[in-house]
Design a protein around this ligand. Structure first.
Ligand code: SF4
Length: 358
């Protein structure tokens, strides 16, 4: 890949377009590093439109890095509930403690320093450094990689490290000395509104005269990417054990959904009998299962196909890592999205029975 001589011209044109068309989001306000960092972590695996309200609520709850650092992890996870990919929230919390503690509240001021914070990878570091500090580095995520590969007609597999390095060099050539943050955001906006995955809307694009992909006649064929293996489909039996208006939740200690509360579940077995083995391992004397719901949840590498059952127990013994939650507690604890259907069914059950016995 050659660095194109048109790069400075493309940059000027795109910034003019951005000045007129920039999308308005709550997080595109002050360039305070805490706010920029928070929004970039939220935006990593979540749609921009979804992030806005979460960002505002989170910021109201934790207005600065000290407030976030002082909060218990459970409160941070609760505020994150619904955004998914909870490792981000745990890393965010660890990074806040690092910045508030070791660094007296001062964020690292460049890409290299930012990469030392938990949860901050090359993309986030570049986005934060360019937006908050004006460092001229491209924030190369899938969105930017798509736009740049079309713009310069890159024909190599976009997932190969050599191709990524080439795309990074092209992105670097596009960075102006004075407004790199705006340029990254302009490229992001172009990718999100015009240069869309699948079929780019080239007629509306300010760069169509310069775009190699458009000029070649088939920009939608770019970027080149080898198909990825499909995520693994897994059957999962979820059992809502209930006892006198309470339901049993377990705090996950596995890497997937670590630190969040889930109903007892059996990966690989969605039969009604999955609850019997769970009951045995948890030391519960449980009644026969009643089917409640079906649900499906896709993680990055696997998909849970869930069948949710209820089993009533006579007693509610202590379970390591477990809590017998009434409806109010169930609503307050951090549960992952994957548990939405089971939670909904459990809340309906607990609200029916919660006032009978405690
Ligand atoms: S002309 Fe089309 S393919 Fe090229 S950057 Fe614009 S929208 Fe993308």
């Amino acid at each position: 890949m050659e660095t194109p001589h048109l790069a400075p011209f493309i940059t000027r044109k795109l910034l003019l377009w951005y000045d007129a068309q920039a999308r308005v989001f709550p997080f595109r306000g002050p360039k305070d590093p805490y706010r920029v960092w928070l929004s970039e972590i939220m935006l990593q695996q979540t749609r921009t439109e979804t992030v806005g309200p979460y960002y505002e609520r989170f910021l109201a709850r934790f207005p600065d890095v000290f407030a976030l650092a002082e909060a218990p992890e459970e409160q941070v996870l609760k505020a994150w509930e619904g955004l998914g990919y909870y490792a981000r929230a745990r890393n965010l919390h660890r990074a806040a403690r690092m910045v508030a503690g070791e660094r007296g509240g001062v964020f690292p001021g460049d890409v290299e320093g930012l990469l030392g914070l938990p949860g901050v990878g090359p993309y986030a570091a570049a986005a934060i450094a360019s937006i908050a500090y004006g460092e001229p580095v491209p924030a190369l995520d899938g969105n930017l990689a798509r736009v740049i590969s079309r713009l310069f007609g890159v024909q190599e597999d976009i997932d190969r490290p050599e191709t990524r390095r080439g795309l990074y060099a092209l992105g670097l050539a596009l960075m102006p000395g004075d407004r790199p943050g705006d340029m990254n955001q302009a490229l992001m906006d172009l990718g999100a509104t015009v240069c869309l995955p699948g079929s780019p809307d080239c007629v509306r694009c300010p760069l169509k005269e310069e775009c190699v992909g458009f000029q070649s006649g088939n920009p939608g064929a770019l970027p080149v990417r080898k198909p990825k293996p499909a995520p693994r489909e897994v059957s999962v039996g979820v059992t809502v054990f209930t006892c006198a208006g309470r339901a049993l939740l377990l705090k996950r200690d596995k890497a997937l959904l670590k630190g969040l509360y889930v109903f007892p579940l059996a990966e690989g077995d969605d039969s009604p009998e999955s609850g019997r083995d769970l009951a045995r391992s948890l030391g519960l004397a449980a009644g026969a299962p009643t089917f409640l719901a079906e649900a499906r949840h896709a993680f990055t590498h696997r998909v849970w196909n869930m069948r949710v059952y209820r089993r009533e127990t006579d007693t509610a013994p202590g379970v390591p890592g477990g809590v017998w939650a009434d409806a109010a507690m169930l609503a307050a604890l951090p549960l992952p999205r994957a548990m939405d259907a089971a939670k909904r069914e459990a809340l309906a059950l607990l609200r029916q029975t919660g006032t009978i016995r405690v």
